[in-house]
Design a protein around this ligand. Sequence first.
Ligand code: TZP
Ligand code: MG
Length: 212
Amino acid sequence: MRRRSFPYLLYLVLSEADCLEKNYLHVAEQAIIGGVDIIQLREKDLTAKEYIAKAQRLKEITDRYAIPLIINDNLEVAKKIGAFGIHVGNNDVPPTHIRKEWKSCQSLGYSIEFIEQLQSKETEAADCLGISPVFHTPTKKDTVTTWGIEGIAALRKLTDKPLIAIGGMNAANAEAALKAGADCIAVVSAICAAADPQKAAYELKNILLRNL
Ligand code: TZP
Ligand code: MG
């Protein structure tokens, strides 16, 4: 059996807007208590200064619980706050560039939207790959195609890099994603928009743990 090379099962991708009327720091803490293993802050419309301030507040919480904090798509912010790592998409700063500019980066994630990306030096430079998106999701509207569960299985055959399933993931499909070969499930709305983020994280984590 393939050895698991990724120590995280449940990945929370957090943005303030997706937390609806709840405070994003409160959601993060509740999600950690519920069982989230790693958190990514994903903000799109902030200045670097605002992004840094928001990330620093979140890092106080993630540090308290020894949870790694990943910054989406902003190398300056990630370095400035001493994040654990960064996650970028196909149209962001290339992973090869990040490797050169941030030697102490401990986790470099790269989203795979097209199969053609897989055999590239950018994928080679990444530590882990986002399978993006597995399903259509109102949370991210600019995606073109979806991988589906069969896409996870197909990618699993082509790479040994840790695979993070993202996009429409929830308690109903997490088991199938893991069985198809995903190492980790990443969610926004299944936790951020839940009435009780702690309970939502706890339930998801238990499904994942039962299917290891
Ligand atoms: N990347 C691919 S899909 C997605 C991101 C950030 C959004 C996932 O949101 P949700 O609410 O978990 O479907
Ligand atoms: Mg991006």
